[in-house]
Design a binder for this molecule. Sequence first.
Ligand SMILES: [Zn+2]
Length: 1024
Amino acid sequence: MSRSTGSMRRWSMAVAAAGALSQAGALHAQATAQKMDAEYTAQIKKYLSDPRISTELVDHLPASSTVPTPLKFLGHIVGAPGILDHAADIHRYLEAVSKAAPTRTRFWKIGKTEEGRDMVLLAIADEKTIASLDKYKGYLNQLTDPRKTTEAQARSLIKTAKPIYYITSGMHSPESGGPEMLMELAYRLTVEETPFIQNIRNNVITLITPVVEVDGREKYVDNHYFNEKWAKEHGVDSSAGGGRGGGPLSLMYWGKYVQHDNNRDGMGQFLALTRHTTKAFLEWTPTVLHDLHEAQTYLYSSTGTGPYNDALDPIVVDEWWMLAKNDVMEMTKRGVPGVWTYGFYDGWVPNYMFFIAHTHNAIGRFYEVQSYCSGACQNYVVKPGATTTSKEWFRPNPPLDSIMWSPRANTNIQESAILFSLSHMARNKDLYLENYWLKNKRAVEKGTTKPGTVAAWIIPANQHAKQNAAEAVNELKTQGLEFYTATSAFKAGNVQVNPGDYIIRGDQPYRTLADMYFSLQNFSPANPSPYDDTGWTFPLMRNITVTEVTDKSIFKAPMTMVPMAKTVVATGGIFGDGNTLIVENNSDNSLVTFRFKNAGVKMSATEEPTQAHGQTIGAGAIVIENANRAQLEPSLKSLGLVAHAVASAPSVKMHDLDIPRIGYIHSWTRTQDEGWVRAALDTYGVPYQYFGENAVAKMGDLRQKFDVILYPHGGSGVGNVGGGRGGRGGAGANDPVPYKSTKEFPSLGFPDSTDDVRGALGEGGMKSLYAFIQQGGTLITEGNTSAILPDMKLTPGVTVEPATALFARGTILRNVISDAKSPLMYGYTQTDIPVYFSQAPVLNAGGGAAAIADNSAAGGGRGGRGGAQTQNTTPMASPLKLSPWDPNKTGMPFGYATSLGNDFNFVEPGQTASSGRGGRGGGGGFGGFGGPQGPVTVAGLNADPNSSTRVIMQFPEKAEDMLLSGTLERGELLSKRAGLVDEKIGNGHVVMFAFRPYWRWQSQGTYAIGFNAIMNWNDLDAGK
Ligand SMILES: [Zn+2]
């Protein structure tokens, strides 16, 4: 059947279904007693671009004599074209609803953003429930904890408790319809008197946080109206433009730190929005956390293609499918096309915000809705390709070949679907509450009764980087994981536990979080292309020691609980007497804080191991002569650092730790990734001056201003990206495009501002930057910026290899320290370090690596799936062989017990990983690597003849030794390739990370390498 015939058939079916709407409506008859808001209802009809995108639930709005509608309060209905509301107005509206309907709602603030704005929450239920809201909260809290709640109590609670359905939106700022829709949903749930809505109100407690990324929403709305105004003033057609609203200005920043990565912070929990949502979640223990997005055609209701996360209770997978299929079915019944599931996202990595629900045994899910705003937030035509409109098993009623979409269509489709979800939850509340109880119970039982599973995890308090370990404890504790400390020494199985060691008991319901974070990942390349990271194992990313205990006797061992509100710190301070301090460097990240907090104190670093109090103190220790003990001791204690007071400075070679003046270059075309580097610098107290790439050429002599310059991933180099964002022609094409806070657009201009966002580093900027290095400055690059100088042939000892057949997506690989004497390695005593690496750049440095043919013959190719093929329904039956991680040579590689407890697939010793599979689909925009830079040379800019290459870390020689957790294929393309290079150019250095040392607040184990580069910036040749 040809495409056109197919679409004709579907068109006529859809029209027929639309005609049957009155039938479906009869199923949920409107209560005739309630008066409709005639004006609002008329505008719904007027603004809806296609009648098929509607249901009987949203084609009207009931009137209320007390509660204001959005039209009355804001002057427009939800889904009116060209309208976007600031978060402040959305919050004001929900507060007004709450004031007008105090018996059915409750409104409160849940925290402040980085820029000082409020995050809010509105609860909606029937009068009796709202009157006893805390009692209902308590019921769910009780169902969370089988240690305190008996089976009999739980059975009774399942009948009396009410599920909490927590809806969030506005996470991704340009995905703007969810926050608008939630105003109307709040009104409807509060005032409508149909049996359908009453049933929801009586049986479900709905929580709404309409805007999660409040800072980003305000910038987005200002940005939209800025562009509209600009387009008007410059006579540009606002529907054609590059930026939203027709003007030239992109949304430069969302929150203070990152853009769409803001929903990848569920594990890291760095951003205020994640922390506040987690706190609200832990207090209310919702049954569902449902996050609303806009990145797919019509409406995708999440399940995912798999593979699903190993540590998910299998019940969750069924819950995902039941909820998603209910959405698909109810919308399909009403003839609404294009509501589907399965074919997007995978379900693997737990870094999403909605995974907060899964780490706590609840249900996390999301929608991806057809965008509310395209260009001018007006109606627009959606014409997807055949791969989106074909009828597939997961898409029985697919999107149409063409439709006129509109903001109101966006409102209607997601408001209807979420009402069907709420109704499903109301009608099946006992089922979901029982499942919730069961999941909590099974988590506890996993630790106590299931043989071979982890009974407890031990984090030794006195391990090498003990303050990094303490910080890990604190961060896990804010996510609800309970910690104990051993009160005396004991043995559990083969594991020696010492007093003060941290214990995570495996008989707590939230052990699921530890199972999910601590396990090893084995992502078979036979799967569909991964949606995001494939490996994340927490102890590896933080390079801390965590020991698995399977012996159940540990539950009777002497231990005491660490209060949830207590922040733990490693035992630090000054030991011994004497005027000279030797501060240990154990790769604790707080060491850099100590240096900058005491910037006025003269400090040096040892270049070799030294002795103090009968102990060997590794190289990189900080020596302070004539130390002011009273000044420094509180600082050392609070930072968990140990100093030895001795009579005189050690006689080993030392160099001064000169405080550098730090510059920080960001791109104006991609501010997405560099925020994670700023997160680390800000948190650990490293000051810097922050400026755009296009400012560099105008800054004159960089060396006069700076000693160190950071240029993180996302930078565009000389590039071909000048001229601002997107194409724009016509009048005003040559006018500057400011990004500044004004009275009219106050949210713009943060965290950086400029008179003109156009342009990149440019040739002038690149020449300046190169001169800065030659004159003795230190440039630090990571990820794609590490490829910029090699691509320009300015680093004779380093070349970038394309390695197109390599498959290493967001994975944890072993790096071997190849130059342990470099100051970059101060504090690291292991021979190997786990690093986060994703595909590129592959750096061949120092001539140490043999050439490898980068062809796809051996691996079956990573290109398209061309040709005939069968669907692989068991990709996880083909696990990869992981390389064991056992840096302390204990004979017990980390992660096996945790992973086996999650029914993990291992390749046993002696076996080989299976192979034999077809090619793969493309990577789809992950990781943000652009193609090669445009011009790779700049006239007049040549490599300094005085260059030399020092490879500090590299990938192992053998591919089988590389993969610690995640995925890897064609690893031989990384054989002995550099992970970290120190390239000497003239009098200065370029420190080039091929891996990502500051990845999403998860890779704390490699932060100190970058901090070493900053602290030892003018002595990097030490140990050569
Ligand atoms: Zn999104």
